[in-house]
Write a protein that binds this ligand. Sequence first.
Ligand code: NAD
Length: 309
Amino acid sequence: MSKRSTIGFVGLGRMGGPMAANLVRAGHRVVGYDLVPELRAAAAAAGVEVAGSAALAAAEAELVVTMLPGGRQVLELYGGEGLLAGARPGTLFVDCSTIDVGDARAAHAAAAAAGMRALDAPVSGGVVGAEAATLTFMAGGDQADFAEAEPVLAVMGRKAVHCGGAGAGQAAKICNNMILGVSMIAVSEAFVLGESLGLSHEALFEVASTASGQCWALSVNCPVPGPVPASPANHGYRPGFAAPLMAKDLGLAANAVRAGGIRAELGLRAAELYASFAEGSGADQDFSGIVREIRAQSARNAVAEGEST
Ligand code: NAD
């Protein structure tokens, strides 16, 4: 990939918008498209050339990035008269959306059938990482295609890991987020249990963050206010990593768990808990806000317990 490449970019939303802007800043010619007119206008203001359709955004590109809500949109855009049909033979398609592993493999197959090359390259790091170009990419596909995409990924992120063949990036993403979802629930339950036992947040944090309970959910994104000033708990649980996105990722993990017959009881339960939290009070909260749900339900249990004795 040359220093100034033509890059197609489809999906200029919360993540895609700043990622495309970073590519422009690095000197690339970025031809972009989004369904939403306001997002097209914002991208144009950041120096993106706005195309008349998604297919036109891919037509002249050497590499095409997609950053879309889910697998359905990716497969729809790859199919029919979409991105693959209009692109130059051999174009490298890099899908950075978080999608089902099966959908990612179908996208790879569609690209290969059309004479194109593909990588799945979902990200972690959120909107803040997209803006600051500090994302981590987890990529699946051919090593040579990954090597070609790496300089472009390096403009938008701090780290890119080649995880294996088609779908391996998505697999790494959902496995990581299954750890994260389960550990956030475990940390939250421990804080609520500690509260009921008269243990201060500070004391539990000081012990657990330097002992065997240490994990990212505790040390960086601590779900209770106080111990970690930068964590969303100190800022009204404003995301951060929004609960609906955690619910989405755990739903993808749960699909893969079921499809593979994996015994992952905590992963499946975490998917259920985050789905109901995201549909209710967590709709616009950071995923660490689940501690408040656990606390509220515990208080209701305590009342019910008191009434029955
Ligand atoms: P978003 O909804 O803000 O952006 C997606 C964009 O795709 C929208 O602007 C939408 O208009 C556009 N789009 C949908 N269908 C289209 C089509 N047919 N043609 C052109 N544009 C189309 O979502 P986001 O927060 O930017 O997330 C994008 C992806 O990144 C998702 O898969 C998400 O799971 C993943 N992700 C998000 C975060 C985060 O913190 N927001 C973090 C990691 C991963």
